[in-house]
Design a protein around this ligand. Sequence first.
Ligand SMILES: Cc1cc2nc3c(=O)[nH]c(=O)nc-3n(C[C@H](O)[C@H](O)[C@H](O)COP(=O)(O)OP(=O)(O)OC[C@H]3O[C@@H](n4cnc5c(N)ncnc54)[C@H](O)[C@@H]3O)c2cc1C
Length: 314
Amino acid sequence: MSLETIDIAIIGGGPAGLTAALYASRARARTIVFEQAIPGGQIVTTDWIENYPGFPKGLSGQELGDLMLAQAEEFGAEIRTFATIERIEPVDLDFKILTSDGDEFLARAVIVATGAVPRKLGVPGEAEYTGRGVSWCATCDGALFKDKVVAVVGGGDAAVEEALFLTKFASLVYVIHRRDELRATKCIQERCFANEKIEVKWSRIVKEITGADGRVTGVDLAATNGEPDEHLPLDGVFLFVGIDPASDLVSGMLDLDEAGYIKTDHDGRTAWPGIYAAGDVTDTELKQVVTAAAKGASAAFEALRYIDERVCSI
Ligand SMILES: Cc1cc2nc3c(=O)[nH]c(=O)nc-3n(C[C@H](O)[C@H](O)[C@H](O)COP(=O)(O)OP(=O)(O)OC[C@H]3O[C@@H](n4cnc5c(N)ncnc54)[C@H](O)[C@@H]3O)c2cc1C
């Protein structure tokens, strides 16, 4: 079977991958984005993005993802959806890219933009009641909790923003946070404290998610400040306790930091010449759409330069 040869293979169709695709295809490089699900990445799971420049009133995560996709396609980037990359194999200076469907491509450079996945709590009941009251996506599942009582676990921007979104449906939203102050940006905190439907459970960790008849019925909470443990009756629980990098694909091939994030230089170069990385899967401090997009652009720029230099040195 002959291998389809492309210039740049981009793995992951989130903000980093789609921006890399825009820059690479606009430079007339033959570019394919491989996305294991639908394009957009994590932002399609959030209702509203109000900190991406150029949209003063904000826009939905889905809308922003669709716009990024349309712009990349406008310049000729090809997007393969439901195409999971399972392996990257070096072949001389090129890379063989293998999909889970058995398709193979030969790329001259690779950009890894596989992003991150929501971190699990690792408590009893979490796996058992996933999809039965336990969720990681308020946008997807919030409407199922009309007039119900739910909890959001976490204290960062994503947790508090999603709690605010859930007040559109739920009668009461607890925010369960292990510390005695939130990590969320101050303006988001102000909205949280002003919302009568939100009650913060300070200094509490979830010990167990309880259920009956296949549905969540509540959470057992332990106090971190010496107060007594308690049980909170609930209809649903949404988990936003951080993210873990989706870097399994390249572990053993690229340098990762202790948390599993791909180590890159300022321009997205990894330890392997010809492989670049961008966005939430990398060791950049700020993990947001604007930084993922910016790093995607840099990675594409460097990948294009790498390909040009290879051609010139022949
Ligand atoms: C609930 C929530 C709310 C948020 N709100 C905001 C906000 O308001 N503002 C903001 O700036 N940021 C926000 N963020 C953060 C923002 O979504 C991320 O920083 C951004 O999406 C990172 O983009 P990325 O392209 O690096 O990775 P991701 O968005 O994670 O995209 C990576 C993509 O790669 C795909 N993929 C992974 N492995 C493979 C593989 N092997 N083969 C093929 N495809 C693969 C995944 O399916 C995914 O689509 C929020 C995040 C969450 C979860």
